[in-house]
Design a protein around this ligand. Sequence first.
Ligand code: ZN
Ligand code: ZN
Length: 250
Amino acid sequence: MTSHRADQMTAADMCRQLAYPYVTHERITRDNGDREVHAASHPSLLDQLEHAAGIRSALSDDDADPSSFGSKPPTHLEALRLLDRINRQSRQLETRLGIDHVPDLRARLSQIGGRLGINPDRHVRSWWATARILTHWDSPAYRPQGAPCPQCWETNSIRIRFDDELAACSECGTVWDREGGTDNGSLDLLGQHVAWCTDHEVTKPRHWLLDDQGYPTECTECLAFRDAFTEWRLTRDSEARVQRDGRIGA
Ligand SMILES: [Zn+2]
Ligand SMILES: [Zn+2]
């Protein structure tokens, strides 16, 4: 049985699902109690992403449910950006692996998967996980509000799929799965981070609590985090301003 859990897949498996149609197996229980394995075929993750990005108008796979591809998915821009990232990073990776340049993206991923084999790769894991998360259009991923990504500090960039036990940041590409690993975090830790940030309203300027007498008093537990986050935001905004002014001046 082909596993499709992040912590049980090799880099080669991930590259294959990105580039080519794939089959997943799910155990289902019939009304009469019989249990059987149902095979579902899926278009390649790249095909699904291109469809989400509006580059590809129809998916040719017979098993693709037309109703789930009918309306324009909210992930349109994210899908475009992910395709761009896969293109860019896969060129760097083929160079790093000593593979002669392969112009076609699918063939390139296939070469990369063949070279990596069972060795994990941070970039491949990120492409695969983010593609998995973005291409479930029938039920969009959970987007926690008010919790900056613990890696890149962007807000509103974390996407979580509980059914897949998978999360990714659409800005920096960090991945979290059930177990966590050397190059990715665990969902439990991410969950604790999201809960803490939400409790302490870290994206708001201040966090007020009520004291015993019912008077507002500022929470001290989150002060250091809040200061660091504010500083990061100011730096980012001023860098963006310098870039913009530079462009206007050029
Ligand atoms: Zn991030
Ligand atoms: Zn607080």
